[in-house]
Design a protein around this ligand. Structure first.
Ligand code: AMP
Ligand code: MG
Length: 414
């Protein structure tokens, strides 16, 4: 019969006690490769950004005081002494009473401290009439005003997205130290499961779990290694699990952990290393057969075969472990309050997770409607659901119209 179940809270404590959750290492990557990775060092600016005082407009570089008193009707005349182009060191310097043409992004020539916009000038041969005064620093972006040389611009553990990658590029940093992604070996089990793309004889189903779980691993910063489908046969399973443990930092299997005669995984995990199985069954619904082991320092998660259950357990128990091994910032649960559309029932004595989709009523409140988990093999549940409601072990139901907290499963609502 069924083994002794632990509660979900006990399961979380056992995981916290047994798994070290340390990052698996660091590596140096090229700037092009670091999108979505986690920085493993502080970045101290090796230079000023911008590296020089630059003009922010097209116009004329001047000494601001030479323009004081100029206005539309009473222009002041300056002598044109040259031109400053982008990408070049200025070949002129600005003396009192002179000016040089300058374009946006070009370095301010020596002696100049402001730029008058084209629109406020009239040029005739070598004379520029200035029709507006500018103050010191006007239309100039000062060297180091964006980033100061020596400043810590990005800190260890920052996730590298487009903005951060832009900062690194601005600093000329091309070699970036990031945390290694934990490698997660994934294998499916069962004689009925075949690889998508292969013929599908009667009685067979395509492998959903390996693909869905691989994507879920990527979503939380891991690197999946899909080892394919293994028959429920002890020798083959043992060989594959050994291989998985030798090449990866963690292993996820799906199927083969309920009480059927072909459910052989827990026994093999115990044989493969210490301490072996640390959780064998959790008092929750779905997810009761979930088995978790630590084999020579590596977390192994054996999830139920039912794809919807496998993915939900992944979110609840596996995801935080991989996030932590990837050194990603811990994820805050994202929740919204909603009103239940119907009465929702719990499984007796088990923490129950009810998947729901959300709509809004006329007064702009969320309504949570049950998306049934579906029979074994259903996958559409989680693609239709926006989140789940958690019903405590001690509670038998949630009434229609009750206010509940919905844990969101996706970045946005449709
Ligand atoms: P099991 O836990 O192995 O008894 O599997 C429970 C249910 O999930 C069965 O209906 C299986 O056919 C189904 N199942 C198991 N593994 C997969 C998989 N990789 N992809 C899709 N369905 C699966
Ligand atoms: Mg099976």
């Amino acid at each position: 019969m069924f083994k002794k179940l632990v509660s979900l809270d006990e399961a979380k404590q056992i995981i916290a006690r047994n798994f070290s959750l340390e990052p698996v290492g660091k590596e140096n990557l090229q700037l092009k490769q670091v999108y979505n990775r986690i920085l493993a060092e502080d970045i101290v600016a090796p230079l000023d950004v911008p590296p020089f005082n630059r003009s922010t407009v097209d116009g004329y570089a001047v000494k601001a005081e030479d323009t004081f008193g100029a206005d539309e009707d009473r222009p002041l005349a300056l002598k044109l002494c040259g031109q400053v182009r982008v990408g070049e060191s200025p070949k002129v310097s600005i003396e009192k009473g002179t000016t040089a043409e300058i374009v946006t992004g070009a370095p301010l020539p020596e002696g100049a401290d402001a730029v008058v916009m084209y629109e406020d000038t009239v040029q005739r041969e070598n004379t520029v009439s200035v029709h507006a005064s500018v103050s010191k620093g006007e239309n100039v972006m000062k060297a180091g005003s964006d980033i100061h040389k020596g400043e810590t611009v990005l800190r260890n553990r920052r996730m590298l997205g487009s903005y951060e990658i832009g900062v690194l590029a601005a600093l000329g940093v091309i070699d970036v130290k990031v945390y290694k992604r934990p490698r997660v070996a994934i294998l499916s089990t069962g004689a009925e499961v075949v690889e998508p793309g292969e013929p599908l004889p009667t009685g067979k189903i395509y492998d959903i779990n390996a693909y869905a779980l691989s994507a879920a691993v990527i979503e939380c910063g891991g690197e999946p290694i899909n080892l394919g489908i293994v028959e429920d046969e002890s020798q083959k399973m043992e060989t594959t699990l050994k291989k998985a443990l030798s090449m990866a930092d963690s292993v996820i299997t799906s199927g083969g952990v309920s009480v059927g005669p072909t459910d052989i995984i827990p026994e093999i995990l115990d044989k493969l290393g210490k301490p072996g199985v640390i959780i064998n069954g959790i008092a929750m619904k779905p997810g009761k057969p979930t088995t978790i082991a630590l084999v020579n320092g590596k977390p192994v998660f054996s999830l139920p075969g039912h794809p919807t259950s496998a993915l939900l357990i992944f979110q609840l128990l596996v995801r935080p472990v991989i996030v932590s091994m990837a050194k990603r910032p811990a994820e805050e649960p994202r929740t919204v309050k909603a009103i239940t559309r119907t009465k929702l029932f719990a499984a007796r004595g088990r923490r129950t997770f009810v998947t729901v989709y959300l709509t809004k009523n006329k007064s702009d409140r969320f309504i949570a409607a049950h998306v049934p988990l579906g029979l074994s093999g259903a996958i559409t549940t989680l693609s239709k659901a926006d989140g789940f409601i958690e019903i405590p072990e001690t509670q038998q139901f949630i009434d229609e119209g009750e206010e509940v907290l919905v844990h969101l499963l996706k970045p946005s609502l449709y």
